[in-house]
Write a protein that binds this ligand. Structure first.
Ligand code: UDP
Length: 391
């Protein structure tokens, strides 16, 4: 079966890493994956390394970045231009489907879904929307949500990565789509992310022996709560100076201004020695291994939260905000849930956990067990394979 995977950009966010992990584990005797991205970028390179044929759609920059379309000043010309681009892209994807003898189109981002589903319908093949976003006004404008609903109604199946994502999809698409929305969680490679990995050299580079390491791992994005994490660090350090805070993640999708803001905040609070901004890293399993606690501080509902399942697989204690995907993934036995936007509460929980080694140990053990039971990439891939064969 030939599957066409579509992404309108080529950055390496959680959705793209989940897709790569899935393609890596996919049974290549049954499935032949082909991929197209909107532009050049790390996702394309990683697909290439997996031996996957990956083409480029050459989309305009404002289509895949946060940069504004210059013609947006005039809403009518902007609308006409966007409609023309969409039509051209739908025709292009339809051509690829026919040329590559595609059986199923599987879209991995919202914009690629708005093109991929109409193209699949026109070409007479099935379409699966791998939905990894919360379709709410917290994240998107009203007009765009209306547009998404219109363009995606022909999807044969919608794989939702969490119950939160599924609920928001059904609220937008309508309850009559209930049978289309299937919940399948992302998976993690339990070999790469495993407990008791040691990397003393890395640990020594990042912190003093007596310091405990608390890390937040995720691309730099205001709603991911890096600012709250820094404020919590200040409060916690006043109670226990033997702590080190790591912020791991890059300014993907053009978030450089936010990165500058975080740097200024760290400087302003005099925390340069204690809070490190490490930028985007590709050694996450090692960074998790040297961390004592993983924090997830998103103040808007995280659609899934790969960092959470990776931390669980590594057997690391978690402190997370009590909303979105993380609230579904984390049980009282595997982590601590806190109110969003409350650096004071976050700091308190960090201090309490550091002072409670027995609790730390039980969270670690139970987290690994939950990752093995619920988030094994091999099991998740099998489920998706079954779904693709039945669609
Ligand atoms: N990640 C990474 N390098 C970084 C920061 C994050 O490889 O510097 C990975 C992280 O390990 C996780 C993913 O990016 O696998 C983030 O996924 P998540 O679902 O947390 O967030 P998203 O990017 O989808 O919003």
């Amino acid at each position: 079966m030939n599957i066409l995977f579509l992404s309108h950009h080529a950055e390496l966010g959680g959705g793209e890493i989940s897709l790569l992990e899935f393609i890596k584990a996919l049974d290549k005797n049954k499935f032949n994956p082909v991929a197209y991205t909107g532009c050049e970028g790390p996702l394309r390179e990683r697909l290439g390394k997996l031996g996957i044929q990956a083409g480029i759609l050459n989309l305009p920059e404002y289509f895949w970045s946060l940069k504004r379309d210059p013609s947006r000043k005039n809403p009518i010309s902007s609308f006409v231009k966007t409609a023309l681009i969409f039509n051209k892209l739908i025709a292009k994807i339809k051509y690829i489907i026919t040329q590559d003898k595609i059986d199923i189109v599987c879209t991995n981002t919202i914009k690629s879904t708005c093109i991929g589903i109409p193209a699949a319908r026109k070409a007479g093949v099935k379409s699966v929307w791998w939905l990894r976003d919360c379709l709410t006004e917290e994240f998107y404008g009203r007009f765009f949500l209306w547009f998404i609903k219109r363009m995606t109604r022909g999807a044969d199946l919608v794989i939702c990565t969490s119950e939160t994502v599924r609920r928001d999809y059904l609220n937008l698409a309508g309850k009559d789509k209930t049978s289309k929305g299937k919940l399948v969680s992302n998976g993690v490679d339990l070999e790469e992310f495993r407990p008791n990995r040691r990397n003393e050299a890395l640990r020594d580079r990042l912190a003093k022996r007596e310091e405990r390491i608390i890390s937040l791992i995720g691309r730099l994005e205001p709603w991911k709560g890096q600012e709250i994490f820094i404020k919590a660090a200040e409060i916690a350090l006043a109670k226990n100076p033997n702590l080190k805070f790591l912020i791991v993640g890059g300014p993907l999708f053009g978030r450089e201004e936010y990165e500058d803001k975080l740097k200024s905040l760290i400087e302003e609070l005099g925390l340069k020695e204690k809070v490190l901004l490490l930028g985007h890293r590709s050694d996450i399993s090692d960074l998790m291994a040297v961390s004592d606690i993983i924090v997830h501080a998103s103040y808007l509902p995280e659609p899934f939260g790969r960092d959470i399942i990776e931390a669980m697989a590594c057997g690391k204690p978690l402190i997370s905000t009590n909303i979105g995907g993380p609230r579904e993934i984390i049980t009282p036995e595997t982590g601590i849930l806190v109110e969003p936007n409350r650096p004071d509460i976050l700091a308190d929980e960090i201090i309490k956990l550091i002072n409670d080694p027995a609790k730390m140990e039980s969270l670690c053990k139970n987290g690994r067990k939950r990752a093995e039971d619920m988030f094994d990439i091999k099991k998740a891939t099998k489920r998706i394979e079954e779904i693709l064969l039945q669609v």
